[in-house]
Design a protein around this ligand. Structure first.
Ligand code: AHR
Length: 526
């Protein structure tokens, strides 16, 4: 290897990239370097957001149990779920979809619950094997008021997705009026007050459609840009700092990004100010035969697919910048996660319900680390979906409830919320042909440094030396998420198969990262 400066050498492997161990002989086979004087941006808590759709058993069975249920609830909302969300400091929740959003009339979900209509759910055809019930024919017991109360109980901000495929801009105006106009001002705001909420909801985040390239209308990017302009023009704001989120690409579809931005600004770049966020969706899919049916190769394959998020963010951001040169528009990833073939759902009503194993926890961890490293570009990310669905943090059925392996990652990573993300360089022997040996992120709050690290190797421990440029370590402690079996997953009967445990502390500057693990190091700086 030619002589390189230390900065250039590590700069070549910044973030998730990997390489062989540095040439300098060390006992440790790996090295982590944290550059305190190279901040990357503040980690918006919203990067740790959630997503809830009227799909399968997310709402009915997952969130909404009804006020008269024997299951502990507040106003019909499952208490255990609220408690779990509070523990991970859930910052924001997206609703009501997903594809469902573009078939939803918000008026169906307001007013006295016993007067609300029952409607065919968007996903009914995908649920042929499930018995008839609220998952197929939505009784609208969970509407705008119930969702806002759910968010308030959890301490999260609401993020609404408006129907662009089958409603009009006027319907969006009226939904905003219902939510944000002061009581006594209009018929809609009085209806909200009559439901018990005199004070406006002051909803800030409004998604304009969902996957408008697909279930949200099969539009071209140019058609969608025109719709976006119409939906976001001249709406009364009621003093709320409205933030419109446009339906972004499916993964790395740069044609969608280029087409939208070009069309949006055809009458001038002033239109850019309407777009607060550009929302990409990326599901890394599956590897192997299913959520729990995979071998070691498929373990690595899925992690490598999840790692593609890194390049998707950079490429989409660069494409946005070709028109939005000043980068006024922020990037969202408002649906992400692993999507496995069906077979592990716990009930036929749980459409897309899947078990989340230790493998999915590593997907979550490496994705959240990726988001931290791109804190300067991202304003919000939402894992899909919160409960009883893809990549969920919780599984709930009737009176049974369990937190998944993914939940523990969100619990560990909550320490990053609001921290200053720092450039962090990893070098370690590769875990597999297509996968680095160690990766992660670091953030600083005051004198507390949080470093999260994924060791994807199925069997090998990685011993890493840690260098913090610009400070010295006073003390440290570690929390580790792993399990003896890579297929381990939490169930109602075995809720602690995957859980965190204390992982000791740094020995001098060295830490031993367990195989197939996620580690959080909490370091007090002198
Ligand atoms: O999360 C499930 C579905 O995946 C959503 O409804 C849709 O937006 C995406 O295709």
């Amino acid at each position: 290897m030619p002589e390189l400066s230390r900065r250039a050498f590590f700069g070549a492997v910044a973030g998730a990239a990997a390489l062989a161990a540095p040439r300098t002989a060390r006992a440790a086979d790996s090295h982590i370097e944290i550059l305190l004087n190279e901040p990357l941006g503040t980690v918006a808590p919203e990067l740790y957001g959630h997503f809830t759709e009227h799909i399968g058993a997310v709402v009915y069975d997952g969130i909404w149990v009804g006020e008269n249920s024997k299951i502990p609830n507040t106003g019909g909302i499952r208490q255990a779920l609220v408690d779990g969300l509070k523990k991970i400091q859930a910052p924001v929740i997206r609703w009501p979809g997903g594809c469902f959003a573009d078939s939803y009339d918000w008026r169906d979900g307001i007013g006295p619950r016993d007067k609300r209509p029952r409607r065919t759910n968007f996903w009914v055809d995908a649920m042929r094997s499930a018995p008839d019930g609220p998952q197929k024919y939505d009784p609208n017991q969970f509407g705008t008021t119930e969702f806002v109360r759910f968010c308030r109980l959890a301490g999260a901000q609401p993020y609404f997705a408006a129907n662009v495929r089958s409603l009009t801009p006027l319907d969006l105006d009226h939904w905003m009026e219902y939510c944000n106009a002061p009581a006594g001002m209009t018929t809609y705001s009085d209806m909200r007050a009559a439901a018990g909420d005199r004070d406006p909801y002051n909803i800030r985040y409004w998604g304009v459609g969902n996957e408008s390239w697909g279930c949200g209308g099969d539009m071209t990017p140019e058609e969608y840009a025109t719709e976006f302009r119409k939906f976001t023009s001249w709406i009364p704001g009621y003093g709320v700092d409205l933030r419109y989120i446009a339906s972004g690409p499916n993964g790395g579809d740069l044609n969608w990004t280029h087409g939208f931005f070009r069309k949006l600004i055809e009458n001038g770049k002033g239109q850019l100010h309407k777009v607060y966020g550009w929302a990409m969706h990326y599901y890394c899919g599956s590897a192997g035969k299913g959520a729990l049916d995979f071998d070691t190769n498929a373990w690595y394959e899925l992690l490598a697919k999840a790692d593609a998020m890194e390049g998707l963010i950079s490429r989409t951001w660069n494409a946005m910048g070709e028109i939005d040169n000043e980068h006024r528009v922020k990037l969202f990833v408002d649906e992400w996660g692993a999507w496995h073939p069906s077979g592990t759902e716990i009930d036929p009503t749980h459409l897309f319900g899947q078990a989340s194993s230790l493998r999915d926890a590593l997907v979550a961890a490496l994705t959240l680390d990726t988001f931290n490293r791109h804190a300067d570009k991202l304003a919000m990310c939402n894992v899909a979906q919160l409960v009883n669905n893809l990549h969920s943090l919780f599984i709930a059925h009737e009176d049974r409830f369990v937190t998944t392996a993914n939940y523990h990652v969100f619990e560990m990573y909550a320490a990053h919320h609001g921290g200053r993300s720092l450039r962090t360089l990893f070098s370690a022997p590769r875990a597999a042909r297509n996968l680095w040996g160690l990766a992660g992120s670091a953030s600083l709050k005051g004198k507390t440094l949080t470093v999260t690290v994924v060791n994807p190797h199925a069997t090998e421990l990685r011993e890493a030396s840690l260098a913090i440029r610009g400070a010295s370590i006073e003390n440290s402690s570690a929390t580790v998420l792993t399990a003896p079996d890579m297929h381990a997953h939490n169930t109602f009967s075995n809720p602690r198969a995957v859980e965190t445990s204390p992982g000791g502390s740094l020995a001098g500057d060295v830490f031993r990262f367990q195989p197939k693990s996620v580690t959080r190091l909490t370091i007090s700086l002198a």
